[in-house]
Ligand binder design. Structure first.
Ligand SMILES: Cc1cc2nc3c(=O)[nH]c(=O)nc-3n(C[C@H](O)[C@H](O)[C@H](O)COP(=O)(O)OP(=O)(O)OC[C@H]3O[C@@H](n4cnc5c(N)ncnc54)[C@H](O)[C@@H]3O)c2cc1C
Length: 320
């Protein structure tokens, strides 16, 4: 029996959420009295994983796995889970992992719970806390099957350092025949991705037009943040669809989410509820977003945001 932590990567580099997945898996393995095995697919350098408690790293290298394919990846993870006799598989709650998890559950005859936010509070029956109702509530769920798949919510557990000397093994997988071929992918480059960001600065229709997006981008530059937007903003073509967050867009689970000129419709809140601190800037004191905010500024974004940015720049200059 072992805990298998599947970490995601992009172009050979480990994604930031991997360290949280390994930290969580390491603590889970301690609870279960077993070891943690990390699965790294096409990762060039896995040494950083040792900081977070990995006892063994299984490396799979195959150029056919450069692009994510949920059917093929679920099959590869299942092969490794069987090889390592893993009873608990920890994955992220990214969109890719959410697509893949049900297929993996079928491969392993396992139970799967997404949006998990804590270690299990009971091992038998295996009971775990997770968010439900689009992050508006918590619930406790049990997994009855022998093999359990845990989808960890981003930023729910945090990163815990625990230096280890792990062993590593190169594992040869046999790949399924592809049912889908990805012809090309276009990724935004040179910018912080929403999934990797600690801070996200988001703009809504209150910004009036794409020509005003420098307000959002300047503030994001100062804070080292990613930028995002509400659905109508991307529907109108002010911003690319890759920045649309919410129920029908990307989920955001950052440490700090700054919403500027966004009303706070339930479909928007559904995607950002897991963020730890929410700051809202809106000129309407009745905007629903204020009810979900930790901090709110009632004011005109065109006045407040440049002044906030100047203050932050001055603060950074003083403290650098
Ligand atoms: C099935 C479905 C799915 C959806 N999915 C999503 C989703 O995933 N994500 C999403 O975002 N939406 C989604 N929506 C749309 C959602 O219901 C809202 O219409 C949308 O979120 C509103 O976007 P907004 O807040 O940018 O615009 P608005 O509702 O127009 O709000 C603009 C806000 O800006 C403020 N404002 C105006 N001028 C200023 C100023 N100068 N300074 C400061 N504030 C100002 C206003 O007071 C207002 O609160 C979905 C809708 C449906 C029906």
């Amino acid at each position: 029996m072992s805990v298998l932590a599947y970490i995601e990567s992009s172009k050979g580099k480990i994604k930031k959420n991997a360290f949280e997945i390994v930290s969580y898996s390491s603590e889970l393995a301690k609870q279960l009295g077993t070891e943690i095995v990390v699965l790294a697919i096409n990762v060039e350098d896995t040494s950083e994983l040792n900081k977070y408690g990995a006892s063994k790293i299984i490396k799979v290298s195959n150029s056919e796995l450069d692009n994510f394919d949920s059917q093929i990846f679920s099959n590869v993870i299942a092969q490794v889970a069987k090889h390592t006799n893993s009873s608990h598989i920890v994955i992220s709650s990214s969109l890719d992992s959410k697509y893949m998890a049900p297929l993996l559950a079928i491969e392993l005859d396992a139970g799967y719970l997404s949006n998990v936010v804590e270690l299990p509070n009971n091992l038998n029956p295996f009971t775990i806390k997770r968010t439900c109702f689009t992050n508006k509530a918590f619930c406790e769920s049990t997994i009855e099957s022998d093999i359990k798949i845990i989808g960890l919510s981003g930023n729910a557990f945090g990163v815990v350092e625990n230096q280890t000397n792990s062993s590593s093994e190169n594992f040869e997988v046999s790949l399924l025949n592809k049912k889908i071929t990805i012809k090309s992918t276009e990724k935004v480059s040179g910018k912080i991705s929403i999934a990797d960001a600690d801070i996200v600065v988001s703009g809504g229709r209150g910004l009036k037009g794409p020509e005003n997006w420098n307000l959002i981008e300047d503030l994001a530059d100062t804070l080292g943040a990613a930028t995002s937007c509400s659905k109508p903003v991307s529907d109108m073509g002010w911003r690319p669809h890759s920045e649309h967050v919410g129920q029908t867009g990307k989920p955001v689970a950052t440490n700090l989410y700054i919403a500027i000129g966004i009303s706070g419709a339930i479909q928007h809140l559904a995607g950002i509820n897991s963020s730890k601190i929410k700051v809202v800037i809106n000129n309407d004191p009745e905007a629903p977003f204020f009810k979900a905010a930790d901090y709110g500024v009632v004011g005109d974004a065109f006045d407040v945001v440049p002044r906030l940015n100047e203050k932050l720049k001055a603060f950074k200059a003083q403290n650098s």
